[in-house]
Design a protein around this ligand. Sequence first.
Ligand SMILES: NC(=O)c1ccc[n+]([C@@H]2O[C@H](COP(=O)([O-])OP(=O)(O)OC[C@H]3O[C@@H](n4cnc5c(N)ncnc54)[C@H](O)[C@@H]3O)[C@@H](O)[C@H]2O)c1
Length: 255
Amino acid sequence: MNITHLEGKTALVTGGGGGFGRAISRRLAAGGARIAVVDRDPASGEATAAEVREAGGVASFHHVDLTDAGAVRDMVDAVVSEHNGLDIAVNNAGIGGDMVPLGQYPLDTWQQVLDVNLSSVFYCMQAELNAMTAESGDGGSIVNIASIMSTVAMPNISAYVASKHAVLGLTKAAAVEYGPQGMRINAVGPSFARVGFTADKISDDAQWASMAAQHPLGRTATPDDIATAVAHLACDSSSYVTGQLLLVDGGYTAQ
Ligand SMILES: NC(=O)c1ccc[n+]([C@@H]2O[C@H](COP(=O)([O-])OP(=O)(O)OC[C@H]3O[C@@H](n4cnc5c(N)ncnc54)[C@H](O)[C@@H]3O)[C@@H](O)[C@H]2O)c1
């Protein structure tokens, strides 16, 4: 398959130490982009940056808790000054929250999920859009990692479903506001993948087999499936695509 052409571009990837974030960082780097890996976990974030460098790419690591709006602004400033600009931002960091019926859903977890999955995306987009519009380049591209839970729901994850529906709303709001300035803002909606917090919550092989069977394509997602879709939306061959959710879900939501 053709590697997307991203030479000369700088891409920021939040949650870059995680399952999808690492694959996205590797994929964008393979296309020629310089990568700013952002994560609150220094060990995994540094490991992603090291992998990119070992493969011949350019990568920096930025340690930040994305729920702190001021720290997010400082991080984006640091990325811009280290890499001489910002062209692509992938807002991927997220958490799952609890699996509990809405009536009993703990209020502190509700707040935590909204802080990480929604407010941090807002803080990131604000800083990224301001950085991109300050440059006199050829616009920028933001890809938010949403979910199949941006369009459908399943029981016992109300905070997660609400946060991911809201990320789609933010994506569309930004797309209509910033289109006139040449900025494209899209979202990718993965189905279940056995990585990160999803793998931690669901460890039973039989349950994964039954989840795979719920997809017309007969399997769950891989990080590379998601990274390929991100690269597609981030690059200039999608130059007429904005405000969209690209569901990468093996047909799950088509049923
Ligand atoms: N794995 C799945 O099944 C699945 C399905 C649909 C959507 N998603 C979405 O994909 C994204 C990535 O998920 P993943 O499966 O790779 O999970 P993951 O747990 O492997 O990665 C998430 C990363 O985000 C980082 N992070 C979390 N909170 C942060 C914060 N406050 N500040 C900075 N970094 C923070 C974590 O340290 C971690 O490295 C999430 O937005 C998730 O909701 C995942």
